[in-house]
Design a protein around this ligand. Structure first.
Ligand code: PMP
Length: 424
């Protein structure tokens, strides 16, 4: 197949006409498909159906004698912390198990840092304004929304395939206003890449000018494999401790995409100093988390092998959806040199890089044909993708048939937008 750039003007005009006709036919189908958010499908939630009957009304006492129905135990039950220790790569006494949203934990950590400061800092972050957080791009829009909402400046840092461009990170942290970096280190949202050991080593050992610098390590997809090939992620807590920077990382994770997205458990892991700091703040906010949900999770998932087995069931449901997107993209776009896309080994997203300057147009075309996509730019701070190039495709929620249809439609819109752009 010829690439778009090698077509004669006549061939290009013919192609445009054909694609336009196809697009009109697509519109006439009156589709209504939603590929916007990385939500689990209801069949995935069904996998945890039995959990809802647990722990039962006679099983409410935790291993340490805590009555899970009552107030208290801010850090979480010991058996719940032990369950997630291997997942987080942290000892159980350095783990906090909270309620249903890790995003809420990230929000709270930012608020506490802004109002109170973090260990190692002389003043609250809000008294050192304007502060900055580094944002690897493409990245997670809700991280950026937190920063924007609190008036924290953001500096985009390009991703390289092995995590953020560490030359750019090391340069940026020479500014004492730079207080942190967002990281989704495994199966990153949305690029799917996993940080290399060298990236982790450099993050752990770099020398930020700010003494109160934090790595916000959002390991949301750590057990969410889609393939037998599983890239190993180096342990950030250990790497930072070895480099003499034990207080640098704060790890976040949750069971939102393991058990139930609205009723899972949120997890935080960090150095003993950071955990003490977090609990001191959180203790004013709440008298304790929902420990019945913690027991429910322990009874249902049991151990690391139980978590891994459960995640295989997810993979069986969503793996075919990722494959369907890849097949549809390849079938329509291979050879034209108008787009490239990720083939993630895990996580919840596929990144589609379309022809520069056409991402917004692809979203518009798809929208008019009834396929809702995450807005172009969402993968960048302030919603601004300077190349208007990157789209995030979320294939988990719709049915397999709908995903296939939507991906075929997106591929058509991608090629059409590229042809129309080059036609001038
Ligand atoms: N972090 C990342 C990277 C995510 O993709 C998501 C969900 N889309 C979250 C956090 C939200 O997690 P939670 O449900 O625990 O708030």
């Amino acid at each position: 197949m010829p690439s778009l750039s090698t077509l004669s003007p006549e061939q290009r005009a013919d192609l445009r006409t054909t694609l336009r006709e196809e697009y009109e036919a697509l519109k006439a189908q009156g589709l209504k498909l939603d590929m916007t958010r990385g939500k689990p499908a209801s069949e995935q939630l069904d996998l945890a159906a039995e959990m809802l009957a647990l722990p039962g009304n006679r099983d409410t006492t935790a291993e340490d004698g805590t009555d899970a129905r009552n107030y208290g135990n801010l850090q979480g039950l010991p058996e719940t912390r032990a369950l997630f220790a291997p997942v987080l790569g942290a000892p159980a006494d350095q783990i906090v198990v909270a309620n249903n949203s890790s995003l809420a934990l990230m929000h709270d950590v930012l608020v506490y840092a802004l109002l109170k400061g973090v260990p190692g800092g002389e003043k609250p972050w809000s008294k050192q304004e304007p502060i900055t957080i580094l944002c690897p791009v493409p990245g997670y829009d809700r991280h950026f929304a937190l920063c924007e909402g609190f008036g924290i400046r953001m500096i985009p840092i390009p991703m390289t395939g092995e995590g953020p461009d560490m030359d750019a990170v090391e340069k940026a942290v020479a500014d004492p206003a730079v207080k942190g970096i967002w990281c989704v280190p495994q199966y990153s949202n949305p690029s799917g890449e996993t940080y290399s050991a060298e990236t982790v080593r450099r993050l752990a050992s770099m020398n930020p000018a700010a003494p109160d610098f934090r790595i916000l390590w959002d390991n949301a997809y750590t057990v969410h494999h889609l393939a037998d090939e599983r890239p190993a992620l180096a342990n950030i807590l250990e790497a930072c401790a070895e480099a003499g920077n034990a207080d640098r990382p704060i790890i976040f994770a949750s069971t939102s995409k393991v058990t139930l997205a609205g009723a899972g458990l949120a997890l935080l892991a960090a150095s003993p100093t950071n955990v003490k700091w977090y609990l001191a703040q959180a203790g004013r906010r709440s008298i304790g988390p929902d420990k019945l949900n913690q027991l429910r999770h322990v009874r249902f998932l049991r151990d690391a092998a139980g978590i891994a087995a459960h995640m295989e069931r997810h993979r069986a449901l969503i793996g075919p959806k990722f494959n369907a997107v890849e097949e549809a993209f390849a079938a329509r776009l291979d050879g034209w040199e108008v787009a490239s896309w990720s083939r993630p080994l895990g996580g919840y997203f596929i990144t589609l890089d379309v022809t520069d300057g056409t991402a917004g147009e692809v979203v518009r075309l798809a929208g008019e044909a009834g396929i809702a996509l995450t807005p172009a730019g969402a993968t960048h701070p302030y919603g601004k993708d300077p190349h208007d190039r990157t789209l995030r495709i979320a294939p988990t929620f719709p049915s397999l048939g709908a995903v296939r249809k939507a991906a075929e439609a997106v591929a058509l819109c991608t090629l059409l937008a590229a042809v129309e752009k080059t036609a001038g």
